[in-house]
Design a protein around this ligand. Structure first.
Ligand code: GDD
Ligand code: MG
Length: 360
């Protein structure tokens, strides 16, 4: 079976992290995000994968190549202007045959795709849609179902008044190529606002595949940080994983789970409290405290600075004695002047940001 991964969005809710790179390749546990999704598909025997791209496509292609390193085969299709989630699939009609899987390109999950495909083949609905429970359904597509397991109502990003369930669209669909007849060519068109409501109005069956397997959409900075904390705790317990060429001073205190990237350097009496991640070639001076933070590659933190539950973009320089509070997000190459105190949730954009529109 083929899979299409939708990776054309601008990742506005992850800004300023996505000013220079697309959401699809932001690092997750020190690997580009899509690597995790491609491994998931490979594990379920899906190796023929098409990426539907729009924003910064070259960086995705440069990062993943033909996919052979992950034992998958990647084809790239670039939209000149955004075609929406369904329009992007219509745009690759000539590449598709039979049933195929469509995935949002920002989800990390263990939903049993093999079993979901089996259900689709047995029941033969127009669409099979994975569902997952969440705490705040208003940020997603809320899905009501019948006792027979069919979708009865789909509302994208409803207000609290419209929410009758905590089950949402998990962003994984199995479709047959006849669905392409429902989608106009070369026109922005959405599964969520256009295709699914039209099928429901007509009474065409959409089969729900509810699952309580782990699931997260990494598309907001809050979720991105939380996903790291959960994954680190789950995959690494209290482990400290140190990549090649890293140096940790004997007086530094490290409390796992912590990942230390290749070539990083941690100085005297520094304290790293997990869950935390240091990318490659980070330099952590003496007496620094890093507590629950994620540092991308090449970050320099000078003596006595404290970083709490924040995300620090590539090549950021934090000068001595700074304090960076929970929820702060710093874009690539930002410099924080000596002694600065950043209040919670501060976001700082890099200069010359490609994606400079600041709406979040
Ligand atoms: N190729 C292409 N073209 N991809 C697109 C386009 C487009 O025009 N627009 C969005 N995408 C991609 C994004 O890059 C992302 O990977 C995926 O489609 C979903 O877009 P998001 O912007 O992340 O949507 P969302 O998270 O607000 O909501 C969607 O996902 C939820 C689950 O995470 C919806 O499908 C919800 O119904 C769902 O609950
Ligand atoms: Mg999303």
């Amino acid at each position: 079976m083929q899979a299409i991964i939708l990776v054309g969005g601008k990742g506005t809710r992850l800004r300023p992290l996505t000013c220079n790179i697309p959401k699809a390749i932001v690092p997750v546990l020190n690997r580009p995000f899509l690597e995790h999704l491609l491994r998931y598909l490979g594990k379920h025997g899906i190796r023929d994968i098409v990426l539907a791209m729009g924003y910064l496509p070259t960086s995705i292609r440069d990062c993943l190549g033909d996919g052979s390193q992950l034992d998958v085969h990647l084809t790239y299709v670039v939209e000149e202007s955004p075609l929406g989630t369904a329009g992007a699939v219509k745009n690759m009609e000539s590449l598709l045959q039979g049933a195929f899987v469509v995935l949002n390109g920002d989800i990390l999950t263990e939903i049993d795709l093999t079993d979901m495909i089996g259900r689709h083949r047995k029941v033969m609905p127009r669409v099979t849609m994975a569902l997952t429970p969440v705490e705040d359904p208003t940020m997603y597509g809320v899905v009501e179902t019948s006792e027979q397991g069919l979708v009865t109502c789909f509302v994208e990003k409803p207000g609290w008044g419209q929410v009758a369930t905590n089950m949402i669209n998990a962003g994984i669909y199995i479709l047959d190529s006849d669905i392409l007849a429902e989608i106009p060519a070369a026109t922005p068109y959405m599964f969520e606002q256009d295709v699914f409501p039209a099928l429901l109005r007509r009474g065409d069956p959409i089969l729900a595949y509810p699952s309580d397997a782990c699931w997260v959409d990494i598309g907001t900075t809050g979720n991105y940080l939380k996903a790291h904390h959960d994954l680190l705790a789950k995959q690494h317990g209290h482990e400290i994983v140190v990549a090649g060429g890293a140096h940790i001073d004997a007086t530094a205190q490290i409390k796992g789970p912590v990942l230390v990237g290749a070539g990083s350097w941690i100085g005297e009496n520094a304290m790293i409290v997990g869950p935390a991640v240091l990318g490659s070639y980070c330099s952590i001076a003496h007496d620094v405290v890093i507590d629950g933070a994620l540092l991308w590659d090449g970050v320099t933190v000078a003596e006595g600075a404290c970083l709490h539950n924040c995300v620090i973009g590539s090549s950021v320089r934090v000068e001595a004695a700074c304090d960076i509070a929970d929820g702060c997000v710093l874009g690539d190459h930002v410099v924080i002047q000596q002694g600065s105190r950043l209040p919670p949730d501060t976001r700082i954009w890099p200069d010359g940001c490609v994606n400079s529109d600041r709406e979040i």
